[in-house]
Design a protein around this ligand. Sequence first.
Ligand code: V47
Length: 375
Amino acid sequence: MEFSHDPNLNRIAEKVEVGERLSFEDGLALFATDDLTALGKLADRVRRKLHGRRTYFNVNRHFNPTNVCYVDCKFCSFYRKPRAADAYTHNIEEAVRIAGEAVREGATELHIVGGLNTKLPFSYFTDLLSAIKRAYPQLHLKAFTMVELDHFARFYKMSDEEVIGRLKEAGMDSCPGGGAEIFREPVRSLLCAHKCDADRWLELAGKVHSYGIKTNATMLYGHIESHEDRVDHLVRLREQQDRSGGFQCFIPLAFNPQGTQLAHLPGPSGIDSLKTIAVSRLMLDNFPHIKAYWVMLGKRLAQVALHYGANDLDGTITEGSELTEAYSVEANHEVKMTKREIVALIEEAGFEAVERDTLYRPVAREPKALELETV
Ligand code: V47
């Protein structure tokens, strides 16, 4: 029996079988297919070849130092102008207190991203990292997107090398994948005219990788972009990974229109999200991990996405993170999941849940710690 009623999928399945790289046109054909089940099956084969039944999650927390930002991204409901009543900047003591809470809850990672706030000196960011590191040296600091690094270099008039070197010295262990949005023009400029462009984002990722620092990559989908824009995005990331090799994980981010300047758009459907996960797994043959980010997909769809090529659900996260709450699709913008809940989601889907650290090393916990866990 043929694999699919879609001849394009049969042709692509043969390429996948022998490990042949998929082309731009293949990417478009994958998005165009009406055979979601076969597309998912194909992505699942690749996922199982790489990871078997293992599905990763971590115990983490997000910290957003400031919501003040000049970029004015059309898809963002988090940022505020400096004089807004609810504009905030956390002080360093507050950051250390939150990091301490995270550590007591068993977190191995603090994910730090914020607005581009021109009122802060560069020393705020290095002090932030070094104060948290001094207090909790065991906590991995996944901090600052390529957009933030670009801002630091331009605004504080430093070379990229100086920015990366000083943040690394202060305690930056890896970088999250945000700010990639959609690389291709004109969509990128329509969404976020004041953000660094695609070449710059990719250049900085390459430079960070050259320091032995791992990063992630994202793609914001389900707004004004086309399938061509998405495939272009994936191909550019694949080419950068060929050059610098430091991406660990790709995370397709489902656009949540609520509260944004694009609130009139519907956001991506469930089918579109599953397709996007599957196409990502198939196109990004040099990315080890594909994450189904439950905060944006919702817990239920993220669970299903594990059968469409995803092998990671992100983490427990915990409430109290302003950016994460702004884009959450969960009821009341909830962003907390207990470890028990995340393990149950993975196991019920038929996979083996593996707690990982940020670098995808399995985390061993004392049995007692599991009993006592608060997350
Ligand atoms: O760059 C902003 C996106 C990103 C909305 O590296 C939105 O492990 C949907 O990058 N609807 C930041 N998305 C988050 C991010 C991330 C998250 C989790 C894990 C990792 C990782 C990275 O969030 C932004 C933007 O693309 N975003 N607003 C929105 N309304």
